[in-house]
Design a protein around this ligand. Structure first.
Ligand code: 5GP
Length: 180
């Protein structure tokens, strides 16, 4: 599975146009550090309405439980603001469900999700994603912000990685992916 650079750029342009149409008066995009910032940086430049951005960082208590702790909170008050949470990939939906719950408590005027990649078949919790770049299969993906142990984020495309090889050696795909 590969989403090439041109295809990615076309998908981000389409999402930018969709967001601009949905929020002509402006919108606050909230991204979760760090994987989403590559996507966010291109997305805001594809938008033709006023945009503000803010960031959160979270860390998991235990893998697969969805329980997360906010380690860096937003700087802005989102009360009565139109907010879109920008995610690199929605997988089980556990992380997003927790973060959306946190944000909802602050009573934004509206709250939606924009995800570059959506692995709908992996969902454990039903998670409404209003703006979707690409639906992808149940593969572990790398590139365009998506990492394994901090590697591969700066690839200009999204590609499926071999998770068992990466667990043995996080640099397993360095030669093939950077040699293209
Ligand atoms: P969820 O809570 O929906 O299962 O997982 C969401 C988070 O897990 C994403 O924001 C991302 O950080 C990470 N993640 C899920 N699937 C992948 C994947 O295929 N590749 C990478 N690099 N990270 C993933």
């Amino acid at each position: 599975m590969v989403v090439g650079g041109d295809e990615l750029r076309a998908g981000v342009r389409r999402l930018g146009a969709e967001l601009s149409q949905a929020y002509p008066e402006g919108v606050l995009l909230v991204a979760i550090l760090r994987g989403s910032i590559w996507f966010l940086a291109d997305l805001v430049r594809a938008m033709s309405c006023p945009v503000e951005v803010d960031f959160m960082a979270i860390s998991s208590y235990a893998e697969g439980t969805g329980r997360v702790r906010i380690v860096k909170d937003l700087d802005l008050d989102i009360n009565q603001r139109h907010v879109v949470l920008v995610e690199d990939v929605v997988d089980t939906g556990l992380t997003l469900t927790y973060v959306l719950g946190e944000l909802r408590r602050r009573e934004p005027a509206s709250l939606e999700v924009c995800a570059l990649l959506d692995k709908t078949t992996r969902r454990i919790v039903p998670t409404p994603v209003r703006f979707v770049g690409f639906e992808v299969a149940d593969d572990f993906v790398l590139g365009y912000g998506l990492d394994f142990a901090g590697r591969y984020r700066n690839l200009d495309f999204v590609v499926a990685g071999d998770l068992s090889a990466l667990r043995e050696d996080p640099d397993a795909h360095v030669a093939d992916l950077y040699g293209r």
